[in-house]
Every structure is written in C-alpha cells, then in structure tokens.
Design a protein around this ligand. Structure first.
Ligand SMILES: [Zn+2]
Length: 176
C-alpha cells in the first residue's frame, strides 16, 4: 500500500508542516486545524483553517461557548474546498493535508470534491467529545469504500504545540 501515495515522506512532512502553519491562523481557543490541498506536481492549490464564515464576527462569547461555536464554525477541510471553488482552483485529483482526522461532514466534501489522497495528524479528542472516535469511523469507512488512500503522519517530524504557539505569538506581535 505504501506505493499508493503520491509523495515521499520528505514532501508529505513538508506539506503537513505547512498545514500546521496555516492552523495557527485559526482563532478557535481550543482546537486549531489547518488544511492545504496540493496538486500531484506539488503546487499548493488551496488552504483553509477552522473559523467562522467571512463577516461572522469572532466574538469572545461565540468562540468560548460550544453551543454558539459549533453551528457557526467551518472546518479547515471544508474551508479549503470552498476556497478553491471561490478562487477557481481545480482540486479534483488533489492531495489533502489536514492537521486532524476529518469529521464525517468534511469527509463527504472531500469525497465529493474528488480528492485522491489524504494525509492527516492523528489526534484523540475522545475525552472532550464523547463518541468522537465513532464519528471518525464513519469518515474512514467512506474513504475506504471509495478507495481514497489515507495515512497519519508521525508527530515526531512535525511542529510541537509549543512551537506552533510560539509562531502564533509572533503573529500576534505583528498586530499590535
Ligand atoms: Zn470537519
């Protein structure tokens, strides 16, 4: 199965690190997710991170109350797909890098967008969100059923949370 992936480890790690950088732009206080979609010849076609739609204000209440946040937030993968549509980027046959396993809603979009391959970072949110693993199984069942290869990238090659927080702090300094 390993030869079913388009890029070698070096490029998979590079692109996942780039998705991690994109994740730092998210204003979500609990989970920041980044996604990029890349062509088989290594052009970045689209990117996205989790957040509210354009024009929907990032108020403290909305960001900190899950009952207000969840119905409004667009996930990183869905944002990357929608941004491609908006920008006219052809992502059919693209390779998707995302810093978390895709939820079923994003998984449906990924299948429907014609993504050919998925690289992700394996996180476990089961403690915070009961039933989360069961939800993910639906995503990966769909990927298996349509034959989209997917694999997790080892965290040892990626930025740590502390490194990403440091990048975020640097970005904030620019805004002051
Ligand atoms: Zn999602």
């Amino acid at each position: 199965m390993s030869n079913s992936f388009t890029f070698d480890d070096k490029w998979n790690i590079r692109f996942m690190q780039q998705a991690q950088i994109i994740s730092t732009w998210s204003k979500d206080p609990s989970t920041r997710v980044g996604c990029i979609i890349v062509s088989p010849d290594r052009f970045v076609l689209s990117e996205g991170y989790n957040g509210f739609p354009h024009g929907i204000a990032d108020t403290y209440e909305r960001l900190h109350d899950r009952a207000l946040k969840y119905p409004r937030v667009v996930h990183a993968e869905t944002n990357a797909i929608v941004n491609a549509g908006r920008n006219g980027a052809k992502i059919d046959g693209g390779i998707l890098f995302v810093t978390a396993p895709p939820c079923p809603t994003c998984a449906k979009m990924i299948v429907q967008a014609g993504i050919r391959e998925i690289l992700y970072i394996d996180l476990d949110k089961t403690k915070k969100i009961p039933g989360w693993r069961d939800e993910l199984n639906i995503s990966f069942d769909m990927f298996d059923e349509v034959g989209i290869p997917n694999k997790a990238i080892s965290k040892k090659y990626l930025f740590t949370k502390a490194q990403l927080d440091a990048i975020r702090n640097k970005q904030m300094m620019n805004l002051k």
